[in-house]
Ligand binder design. Structure first.
Ligand code: SAM
Length: 279
């Protein structure tokens, strides 16, 4: 986990002291006075890898000690994808999960919540989207972002607010859920090989939990899912050798694929079984 402290912008705002203390408590760290220091100097003197900077009118931003690009909550491509859906263009992730209004979805790798937002838009107020994120800093920034971000599009605020976002490990969460609780369970682990074009991932990736998706987690997901388990990865990823799926659905670009496990139906491994020839 990235070590960090909470601080203010150079022009400290006394009204944000309470907010700073809240963030420090959630992240299990402390608040330090900025005292006009640059972020690299502050991090060096405080012995941490990053500082969460609270500035009036700006989203809380995690700035790294090396002076690189800061990370703050943003819905990413979710609003464009929702616009595409409104224009009848479809979305490969939604197609892979066969999501419909009223469905329930468990997103086991919430990240910044872009995929969860698209799912939340589709399932609507009668549906349910729960998201689990294990990186403490990403989880706290996404939980806060989903509750405070004001999207420009009409009627979109409830799409953000309805997502039930939790900090935790998906294997633990899945293990505590009853069978068949969700229509679909979704995994989007960090790609084994990053997609070069994705500049949005640059400040995100070092904060993310890079553990491989485990067989145990997929087995638990099969138990908790009523209809399907869907995994996003590159089409040529070695993950498809470790974790068998029934079929691959192409993503919007050729660098992405969605592996679908149809729960209750045999997987590719099992489907090697052949009925005996009629005598
Ligand atoms: C590629 S990102 C997901 C992006 C997300 N689909 C979105 O739309 O923003 C993968 C995320 O899964 C998280 N993660 C990895 N292992 C996890 C685990 N065992 N439990 C929960 N989250 C996990 C990582 O920290 C990272 O934020």
């Amino acid at each position: 986990m990235t070590t960090c402290v909470v601080t203010s912008s150079r022009k400290a705002d006394p009204a944000s002291a309470r907010e700073a203390a809240d963030w420090a408590e959630r992240l299990g760290t402390r608040v330090v006075l900025r005292r006009g220091r640059s972020i690299p100097l502050l991090c060096r003197e405080e012995g941490v890898e990053a500082a969460l900077v609270l500035s009036p009118g700006r989203p809380p931003t995690l700035k790294p000690a090396d002076g690189g690009t800061g990370y703050y909550y943003h819905p990413g491509m979710a609003l464009t994808r929702i616009r595409n859906l409104r224009n009848g263009l479809g979305d490969p992730m939604i197609a892979a999960m066969e999501l419909q209004e009223g469905d329930s979805v468990l997103d086991c790798t919430l990240g910044r919540g872009s995929d969860a937002l698209v799912a939340s838009f589709v399932v609507g107020p009668r549906g349910r989207v729960v998201g689990i994120e294990s990186s403490p800093i990403l989880a706290e920034l996404t939980i806060h972002g989903l509750q405070t971000y004001e999207p420009a599009g009409k009627g979109l605020t409830p799409v953000f607010r309805r997502i039930e976002a939790h900090r935790g490990d998906h294997l633990e969460y899945l293990g505590a859920r009853p069978a068949d609780e969700f229509d679909a369970v979704y995994f989007d682990p960090l790609f084994e090989e990053p997609v070069e074009a994705s500049s949005a991932m640059v400040p995100f990736r070092p904060l993310a939990d890079a553990q491989l998706l485990s067989r145990e987690a997929v087995a638990e997901a099969r138990r908790v899912a009523r209809r399907c388990v869907v995994i996003k990865e590159r089409p040529d990823a070695t993950l498809w050798e470790r974790l068998r799926v029934d079929r691959l659905v192409a993503g919007r670009t050729s660098s992405i694929a969605y592996g679908v496990i149809d729960v209750g139906k045999p997987t590719r491994e099992v489907s090697l079984w052949r009925p005996s020839e009629p005598s």
